[in-house]
Design a protein. Sequence first.
Length: 431
Amino acid sequence: MLTSHPASSDAAKTDGLWRYIAYYGMSEIAQRATRLVTTVLIARLLLPVDLGIAASAITCFELIRSIANAGIGQAVIRSSDATMAGTCITAWRLMWIICASLTIVQTVAGAAIASVTGHPELFPMIAVLSGVYLMMPVALIQTYLVQRCSNHATIAKIATIQAVADNVLTIALALLGLGAWSIVLPKLLTCPIWMIGIRRAHPWRACTNAAPEPFFQLLQFSLPVIGSEIITAARLQLDKIMVGATLGVEALGIYYFVFNAGIGLTLSLTSALSNTLYPYFALSAKSPGELLQRLDRSLVHKALPISALVLLQAALAPIYVPLLFGAKWNSSAWLVAIMSASAATKLFSDASAQALRAVGSTGIELKGSLLIAFFSLAGLALGLCIDLPSAVVAFSFASGLSQLLFSLMARQWIVTADKGSGLLRTTGISA
């Protein structure tokens, strides 16, 4: 059975969490600065149809990539010292099987999408992006071990270098007139930065004396997490497919801009906070009472302040959109504001999902992900029956509300588990 590794004092771990947020804060400033310049130039250099084609290729890639490492990494992070070597061997074998399969799946999917949409240029773009999967297994185990050791400064540094390189390459290729390729190609070209950086940060070789963990035992924990990640990716990517299929590629390009100028700028921050909270929560996996305390502290002292910044960004959207992106996007400023505001509750749902993973309730997380995806995409579908602005409003409202509802449900589940274990403690913070 996978168990959490030994914990040091809670105060020390909280300090470490704050140190990581400081590391990532500096990292995010660098990433946001280059991403802002990139978004501004792309909006000015490319036509909506170019953005729509790039969005279609990246959407396919992101949907399939969600299968690649979800759940398996969490199993490595929460493994005990005694089982870690065997868990790593099994995880490494699974990663090669999964990633090799996904390379084939995405190539076939690219051919189908190019045929259905009538845009043959999509096939080479999607096929090129599948090359990322062949690099991933080379460094994924090292990535999990870096996270397990809470080496957050290294994670932040590598993420910054890769993101800045991606943005700089995008600008350079766009200036060279590569159109949609300027957005797609850097995703592949910057992957070696992550691969080399992680391998140097934490060298790893399979221990020949260790007995591999049974595949079934690892998959029992990982499969619901993989399902949840697929559903989350579907919610964040299928909206673009629905918009493109209903309103056309040009409307998809406008929606892609609204998404990137709004929620896209906050997704990296919410993802990083979630990945940081999981090792922190995993230290309390055996005690729902202690986990509940850590969840409440994280929601109040970390998720809430960041959510406030997200809402501030939403309030400023009518000012910065026309100034930064040009007059042709002026009419979309209020849609950017609405999309930005919907991301405020994502911090709470992501933190709650990590707590459920830490306590082993991955099935509950999967149900919550289904709930969020259903309401979000249903709202989008209703809005698309009218027009693009209605679709953005309906999607944003349904997404934000369902994320908040899931966060409340997840916390209540942990409270119930705590009472059932006889370990109920006072958290000091009410939901």
